[in-house]
Design a binder for this molecule. Structure first.
Ligand SMILES: Nc1ncnc2c1ncn2[C@@H]1O[C@H](COP(=O)(O)OP(=O)(O)OP(=O)(O)O)[C@@H](O)[C@H]1O
Length: 412
């Protein structure tokens, strides 16, 4: 199973330009998460921070007990070995054939012999459907094949966390659909933790278990996919629908008055609405999540996630609760004590699948839905979020400060 990534209170600036501040989220082990956000909101900066290529000024990133914001270079080197990264263009060496490109990390970072390297490279090339293309140069193949070659290279060191920086960029919709299926299939096979940065709404709606969104220098949301996909936050709706009307402007956020007037006109039916449409096909609401191709293992993350989400169900917005309950089978609904069609206010307290790191849940709760700003990060507290003893402890959260996993932009 992949490892968990805990991000707490992370802030990054370049000189006087704040990119984002106070970002907190947890990437659950083995699950697929997507990070959305308008261009320039710092998604790539976030990925680079996760892998230790950029240093945020505040906050921490805890991976297998190490805070990589503060650890030594030596420790960072060790933690980096857990990562595989698929860069936007595949980042292949133009003068090397695909075999040598994919073998490169093994030759650079391990002492494996050529026979072993060949076995591993061919195994990963098969996983991404590139068998037979070993001798091709990057310039001789399509963009989709280059992405898959980049992915094979990201896989050769058996990473526990894979970061995908806009895997859909430059691909036609059909190639994006194939790549999305490949991502889900890989997750089923290796059970690593995936984080995908994308603008593709089709990808965001069908691939991940969790979705987050950066806007106005903040993480406005991060949580189970059903939360963002049923959200009525103007910025989220605008993004999912690919509309011009709303808080997101051409090159920066809009004047609040202008955005409010546009939204009012839109709701009254007086503007062009979704004309132009987003990449990947827009839309809000839940659509089925992609499943692994027949014959592959099931995604082990799905069951873990179901247990995790049912533990925090009562903290979610009613529309997300309904969507989650409706996605369960009748047996699962009985197991968790929830009832489809009864409405979110009928949610029963989750059945306790007692684990060492979960507090008991003593009283049945009706569901007074809390303000989104007050929602907890998660009631699931995995152990690898704890710092190992040789790392500097991070500052405790300020008194009264909530670890919001779901926060409205601007609200505190
Ligand atoms: N090394 C750097 N030095 C200074 N500024 C930087 C650096 N890297 C990124 N930035 C700035 O950080 C901001 C966010 O950039 P980033 O590429 O992370 O955005 P993004 O959300 O990934 O955008 P896009 O969706 O267009 O790829 C931009 O204003 C960019 O100019």
């Amino acid at each position: 199973m992949g490892v968990e990534v805990v991000v707490e209170g992370l802030s990054k600036s370049f000189g006087k330009q704040t990119i984002w501040r106070d970002v907190s989220l947890t990437l659950p082990p083995g699950e697929i998460s997507v990070l959305l956000g308008p261009s320039g909101t710092g998604k790539s900066v976030f990925l680079k921070s996760l892998v230790g290529l950029l240093k945020p000024e505040h906050g921490r990133i805890v991976i297998t007990g190490t805070d990589i914001v503060r650890c030594s270079e030596h420790k960072l080197y060790d933690v980096r070995k857990l990562f595989g990264v698929l860069f936007q263009d595949g980042a292949l060496f133009g003068s090397m054939n695909l075999f040598d490109n994919i073998a490169f990390p093994l030759r650079e970072h391990t002492k494996k012999g050529e026979a072993e390297i060949r076995r591993i490279v061919l195994e990963k090339m098969e996983m991404v459907g590139l068998i037979g293309a070993e001798k091709k140069l990057p310039g001789e193949i399509s963009g989709g094949m280059r992405k898959r070659a980049g992915l094979a290279r990201a896989l050769v060191l058996d990473p526990e966390i894979i970061l995908f920086d806009e895997p859909d960029s430059g691909l036609d919709p059909v190639r994006v659909a194939y790549l999305n299926q490949l991502i889900v299939d890989l997750n089923a096979q290796i059970d690593a933790t995936f984080l995908i940065v994308t603008h593709d709404i089709g990808t965001a709606r069908t691939v991940p278990d969790n979705i987050g969104m950066l806007f106005r220098r903040e993480l406005v949301m991060f949580g189970p996919r059903e939360v963002l996909l049923t959200s009525t936050e103007p910025v989220v709706e605008q993004f999912l629908m690919g509309r011009r009307e709303g808080p997101i402007g051409m090159s920066e956020e809009k004047d609040a008055g202008q955005a409010a007037a546009e939204l009012a006109a839109l709701r009254a039916g007086g503007t062009s609405g979704t004309l132009g449409g987003p990449k990947g096909g827009g839309g809000t609401g839940i659509v089925p999540q992609l499943e692994p191709t027949a014959g592959l293992p099931i995604r082990r993350a799905v069951e873990r996630r179901r247990d995790r989400v049912m533990q925090i169900l009562h903290t979610l917005p009613p529309s997300a609760q309904d969507a989650i309950i409706n996605s369960l089978t009748r047996e699962e609904q009985q197991h968790y004590g929830v009832f489809a069609g009864a409405g979110a206010t009928q949610v029963q307290p989750p059945v306790q699948t007692a684990t060492a790191n979960q507090a008991p849940n003593p009283t049945p709760r009706p569901t007074p839905f809390p303000r989104t700003a007050d929602l907890p990060q998660s009631e699931w507290q995995p152990q690898s979020g704890a710092l190992s003893s040789d790392d500097a402890p991070a500052a405790a959260p300020a008194p009264g400060r909530k670890r919001g996993w779901l926060r409205r932009g601007g609200e505190k």
